[in-house]
Design a protein around this ligand. Structure first.
Ligand code: PEP
Length: 247
């Protein structure tokens, strides 16, 4: 049985004052029927992890380097993230694929390092509007999945997030048929590579303009095991109803 997951991606938002949002969520969802994860910027991981101690909330990071340590100014390793108190890391978000020219090979290397450090990876995939308009959505998704996911991926260490690039931060949520098609395709590709038993345990999140008003509809789509939420995760008042819709 796959446990549902509501994951918040704060991106480059948040300073110490915003930890109050996490404290509110921890109080409001003291015993949630799904997993709840917040991925704040790296500067807040340690304080956020302290904030959720003793609660059901979990803290994750938004990226890691593929090397265990070394001369990589400004980067952080998977072991450092773990040491700061996070248990998850988002990898291959489309903003990193775009802003930092991250290829699936880079994401694969980072995911391998993260698994080695004992982190749960959330590997992001998604087509651009141009990909969709030329009918290449499943080709792009299939290549990103194959290229980004290590052989060691299992239900307990890997989550896949389908995030159409055109739906992120745009207010344009994908149509339920589009989400169902891609999630069904992902499950089928995972079964082909890892076997049906493993594929049945890997959680598939949808991401892209998920909000309180549309969350329940998205969560009713087959093979949607939760959401990766950007904007609506920044405030407890908007993330809490999304979590409740998943419970
Ligand atoms: C995201 O950044 O992963 C995301 C889905 O953002 P938003 O919910 O704001 O579209």
């Amino acid at each position: 049985m796959r446990r549902k997951l509501a994951a918040g991606n704060w991106k480059m938002h948040g300073t110490g004052a915003d930890l109050a949002e996490i404290a509110t969520l921890a109080r409001t969802h003291a015993d949630p029927a799904c997993e709840v994860l917040i991925c704040p910027p790296a500067t807040l991981i340690e304080r956020a992890a302290r904030e959720v101690r003793g609660s059901a909330l979990m803290i994750g990071a938004q990226d890691c380097h593929s090397a265990p340590q070394g001369a990589h100014t400004g980067d952080i390793s998977a072991a450092m993230i773990r040491d700061a108190g996070a248990g998850h890391v988002i990898l291959g978000h489309s903003e990193r694929r775009q802003d930092h020219a991250e290829t699936s090979a880079v994401v694969h290397a980072k995911a391998t390092a993260a698994l080695h450090a004992g982190l749960i990876t959330i590997i992001c995939l998604g087509e651009t509007l141009a990909d969709r308009e030329r009918g290449a959505t499943l080709d792009v998704i299939g290549q990103q999945l194959a290229g980004s996911t290590p052989d060691a991926a299992r239900g307990e260490n890997t989550v896949i997030a389908y995030e159409p690039v055109w739906a992120i931060g745009s207010g344009h949520v994908a149509h339920p048929d589009q989400i169902a098609e891609v999630h069904g395709f992902l499950r089928e590709r995972l079964a082909h590579r890892f076997g049906t038993g493993v594929a049945a345990m890997i959680r598939l999140l949808y991401g892209g303009s998920v909000k309180p008003a549309n969350a329940a509809g998205i969560f009713a789509i087959p093979d949607v095991d939760g959401a990766l939420v950007g904007g609506a995760s920044l405030r407890a008042e908007s993330f809490s109803p999304v979590i409740s819709a998943l419970e």
